[in-house]
Ligand binder design. Sequence first.
Ligand code: HEC
Length: 134
Amino acid sequence: MSMKRMALLLWLSAVAPLALATPATDAEFARFRAAGAKDFSAMRGSQLWEKTFPAAEGEKRSCTTCHGSDLGKPGKHAKTKKVIDPMAITVNPRRYTDEEKIEKWFKRNCEWVMGQECTAQEKGDILQFLLGAK
Ligand code: HEC
C-alpha cells in the first residue's frame, strides 16, 4: 500500500465517527426534545426496531420486516419486494440527511408496523440506534 493511500485511510478512520450525525439528525433530535422527549437510548431504539407487533390474520410486523436486522446490508420491501438500501450511515452516507424524508418514513412505517405513529421519544431512540449502526 502506498503512503498516500495509508495516510488517506488513517484520515478516514479518524474523521469517520464525526460523520455519524448529520445536520438533519441534529435538527430532528432538537425537534423530539421540544416535543417532550428526554435522553435518547440506542438500546431502547434497538429493542423497538426488533419488536414484533401483531397485524391482520396472524401476520407479524417489525421494522426488520423490510429493513432486516443487519443494518449494513440491504433490506427488502415486504410488499413490493424492492431492494431497500442499507440503513447504516457507515455504508450509506446518504441516510438521514433530509428531515422531511426522515419524518415522512417514520410516520408511514410506524403506522404500518405498530398501528400508530411513534412518539418523539421512540423516534429519537430509534434514530440514535440507527446512527450508531455499523
Ligand atoms: C413495509 C416496509 C418497511 C417497513 C416495515 C419499515 N420501513 Fe422504513 N423505509 C421503507 C422504505 C421503502 C423507505 C424509503 C426508501 C429508502 O429510504 O431507502 C424507508 C425509509 C425509512 C427511514 C428514512 C431513512 C432516511 O434515509 O431518511 C426511516 C427513518 C425508517 N424507514 C424507519 C423505519 C422504522 C423505525 C421502522 C419500524 C417502525 C421501519 N422503517 C419499517 C420501508 C419500510
